[in-house]
Design a protein around this ligand. Structure first.
Ligand SMILES: Cc1cc2nc3c(=O)[nH]c(=O)nc-3n(C[C@H](O)[C@H](O)[C@H](O)COP(=O)(O)O)c2cc1C
Length: 169
């Protein structure tokens, strides 16, 4: 698939089949993160694959209503960035980690795996972070969902390129 087609094929899925990704497939996907650009080559991204006990702990931290939503996808990965405390470096590292996450999502899309980059509020709380082992020196960036697509998302709407691009003199 050409990159433009792959980017168009990646969608936010909210309904998944029950089948988890094989560990080997997950490692393949997460290996692609290493190819993201990173200033100083410090590779600040961190990914934690949630096992059943961890998911239960996260659900407990989130409460009953949110727990249902946390069970939507069979495979969940918490993505975070390791911070240094240097504001410029941290900003760059957040950017690098977002780029790494996008590569992982595209690699999944290429394999016909449905994805969802979600930022549930519980992972911005101390109990939520503790449930998935994100230490205080890291910033949570996304709970990545993987699985098979149960239904297709609604057609996508986007502003045309002219609305966000300027050619300067
Ligand atoms: C950093 C980030 C966080 C997101 N968090 C949520 C979320 O918490 N809930 C949600 O419904 N969608 C979330 N999304 C998905 C967006 O809503 C989605 O990308 C957007 O609707 C466009 O749809 P598409 O991904 O199918 O192109 C998030 C996307 C990004 C990049």
């Amino acid at each position: 698939m050409k990159l433009e087609e792959l980017a168009a094929a990646r969608r936010t899925h909210k309904a998944f089949g029950p089948e988890s990704l094989a560990p080997g497939t997950l490692v393949e996907l997460l290996s692609v993160a290493r190819l993201a650009p990173t200033h100083h080559l410090n590779q600040p991204w961190r990914f934690r694959v949630l096992g059943p006990e961890t998911l239960d702990a996260l659900k407990r931290a989130a409460g009953d209503k949110e727990a249902q939503k946390l069970g939507r996808a069979p495979t969940l990965v918490a993505a975070s960035v390791a911070l240094t405390g240097d504001l410029v470096m941290d900003e760059e590292d957040v950017c690098a980690t977002a780029a790494a996450i996008m590569l992982v999502l595209l690699a999944a899309t290429e394999r016909n795996i449905a994805t969802y980059w979600r930022t549930p509020a519980v992972l911005r709380t101390r109990p939520g972070r503790e449930a998935v082992g994100i230490p205080s020196g890291e910033r949570f960036l996304g709970l990545l969902h993987f699985g098979s697509a149960e239904r297709e998302p609604a057609p996508r709407e986007r502003e045309p390129v002219e609305t966000y691009v300027e050619f300067l003199p």
